[in-house]
Design a protein around this ligand. Sequence first.
Ligand SMILES: [Ca+2]
Ligand SMILES: [Ca+2]
Length: 98
Amino acid sequence: MVNFNYTDAATDQQWIIISEDELKEYQALVYEPKPAIPGDINGDRKITLADITALIDKYLTTEQGADFDSIYDVDGNGLLNLDDINALINIYLNLTSK
Ligand SMILES: [Ca+2]
Ligand SMILES: [Ca+2]
């Protein structure tokens, strides 16, 4: 395994030479898709009122039948409608009532 650190004095940039296996390990770590949390509209990995607000905003500004990001499809039926807002409110209430 080659592991060589090098600092470029001119730019103060640090270079690390790693093996191909280490690179793959690093890439897996960086690029591993984090599982989406159903209802986490703003992507902060929590379900809060901000998500409900964001979903309502999206619902009100999306044309019927228009393409939308599946993150807004909380109930997973391929449509963005009031059922999704209802589903998200239920998720939120379930989380906050515990
Ligand atoms: Ca969120
Ligand atoms: Ca839906």
